[in-house]
Design a binder for this molecule. Structure first.
Ligand SMILES: [Fe+2]
Length: 249
């Protein structure tokens, strides 16, 4: 048995240790090992995905929430979590189109095994593109992690047998931290060309959120440089993936 004096010394020691840990925690000095805030950020993404799938949010409402969340991302923590440096070293960026790289969230504390969304990193070398395409029954969003990009979005206004009618909505330069999103009802088509030596983009996508949409999900490849119509609209011929990558990859 410790003496009363030894007992007090031990107790004081553990109190000091606990206070020290708490102080370090509040100062975020453990961030490198346990980035709690990026975990919370992903937990918010999981929650809003559940709300979209549970029809508590429309796709356009989800899109607005996703953009608000994306704006609050700690880019440094996100890049550290997905190990962007390692991805960049390991990945040979393709001569055409974009590399598609997975990353692991299973060790992030507080996240469920079933996230409800898909995730990936896109990587392009200079002049190469995530080619123009639209989506069906999918909400998705980009955050630029590295490099400069020329990003374009279009509303898909009409769908015909061999073409779409689209309306340009976004056409600008994107740098690290910049973001954009897609749903079936807003900014449905996107096209991103890397304009710096290398570029990487973070992507989350929620497929099959609307049970009333019968069309199968998948990329809708198209040529946005089609015939210009009245009111700023464009007649964009449908393309195969191969043709789209040949022209824009
Ligand atoms: Fe896409």
């Amino acid at each position: 048995m410790p003496s009363r004096r030894e007992f007090h010394a031990q107790l004081l020691g553990s109190v000091i240790t606990f206070s020290l840990i708490e102080w370090l925690w509040t100062r975020d000095l453990f961030a490198a090992d346990a980035p709690a805030s990026i975990g919370k950020w992903f937990a918010e993404l999981v929650a809003m995905t559940q709300d979209l799938r549970g029809q508590k949010l429309t796709d356009v409402q989800f899109q607005a929430q996703m953009e608000n969340l994306y704006k609050r991302v700690d880019l440094k923590e996100l890049c550290a979590l997905i190990r962007l440096d390692e991805i960049e070293k390991k990945t040979k960026l393709p001569d055409t189109g974009a590399a598609n790289i997975g990353f692991d969230l299973s060790k992030v504390e507080g996240l469920p095994a079933q996230l409800g969304f898909g995730k990936q990193i896109f990587g392009c070398r200079k002049g190469r593109s995530i080619v123009p395409h639209g989506h069906v029954n999918m909400c998705t969003g980009f955050i630029v992690l590295k490099g400069q990009w020329h990003g374009r979005h279009y509303d898909r206004v009409e769908t015909h047998n061999d073409h779409y009618i689209i309306r340009p909505t976004i056409d600008r330069t994107f740098g690290p931290g910049d973001l954009s999103t897609i749903s079936d009802h807003k900014d449905n088509v996107h096209w991103f060309e890397a304009t710096s030596d290398v570029g990487f983009i973070f992507n989350v996508h929620v497929i099959g959120y609307d049970k009333t949409i019968q069309e199968t999900s998948g990329r809708l490849y198209l040529d946005p440089q089609g015939e210009k119509l009245a009111n700023g609209l464009i007649k964009a011929p449908k393309m195969t993936s191969a043709d789209c990558h040949k022209k824009y990859g």
